[in-house]
Design a protein. Structure first.
Length: 253
């Protein structure tokens, strides 16, 4: 199968880190395309960044559809553009926050999210509510580490993350940790060894879920909410994003 992992920011270094985490868990028969948009924010650390990243994500999905990609992972913990991407894609699309939270509930009754800047806690809280995870989420803790600082975890970033994880377990009653940023994808194994609880990072979780969905021939439903976008003209800078009336490749095979 052919899967695409999209880092919604434009940091090539973070894309490489995300790709390495994804390749560690993919099956030998899975072809993995790891990419990031060429337009958009270099990191996503708020609602404005997230909103402007969505067009880049959708452009990568559109490219993936032309290349015959069978499933997608959106590798940012805000899951930017997730529902819109499901309208574009014939195969399944999974966000790493959604994937990590769902898997956490299978191994522990309560989990805590440990994320980056404090200002992003609201985004994570919105997703907890949207995914129906309120009774499972013990807390959302911020490290106040900027996303791009995670490219250099030789400093104090790892220790800050570890400290918040320990606080979540000792003070909040968490029995598992969900890492709240795609840039933390390389830390899960070490953190789990030190903490003694399951640590779930969304890149690996998302890739394995999409692999499973594709292997079960479960694509995105095209009846109702996630039907393909209605063809219509778009104006100005967004003209190139206007939905086409042409059917998807797999719909005419």
């Amino acid at each position: 199968m052919k899967l695409q992992v999209i880092n919604p920011n434009t940091s090539a270094a973070m894309t490489a880190k995300i790709g390495a985490a994804a390749r560690q868990v993919t099956a030998p028969t899975t072809e993995l395309v790891v990419c990031n948009p060429t337009m958009g924010p270099v990191s996503i650390e708020g609602h404005y960044d997230e909103a402007l990243s969505v067009l880049g994500v959708l452009d990568e999905v559109r490219r993936g559809e032309a290349l015959g990609v069978q499933g997608y992972v959106i590798a940012c913990f805000g899951d930017p553009g997730l529902r819109a991407a499901r309208e574009l894609a014939q195969g399944p699309v999974v966000g790493i926050a959604e994937a990590a939270m769902h898997l956490a509930t299978l191994v522990a009754p309560r989990f805590s999210i440990v994320t980056t800047l404090s200002r992003t806690r609201g985004i994570a809280q919105h997703l907890v509510q949207s995914y129906g995870m309120e009774r499972h989420c013990a807390s959302i803790r911020a490290t106040d580490i900027a996303v791009l600082e995670l490219e250099h975890t030789s400093g104090g970033a790892y220790q800050q993350i570890l400290q918040e994880c320990r606080g979540a377990i000792a003070q909040d009653g968490a029995e598992a940790i969900v890492l709240g940023c795609g840039g933390m994808a390389d830390l899960a194994t070490d953190l789990a060894a030190e903490l003694g609880v399951p640590v779930i990072e969304g890149v690996a979780a998302g890739v394995k879920l999409v692999e499973t969905l594709v292997s079960l021939n479960l694509g995105t439903s095209k009846v109702g909410e996630f039907a393909r976008p209605l063809p219509k003209p778009y104006d100005g800078l967004l003209a190139q994003f206007a939905p086409s009336s042409q059917p998807h490749l797999s719909e005419v095979e």
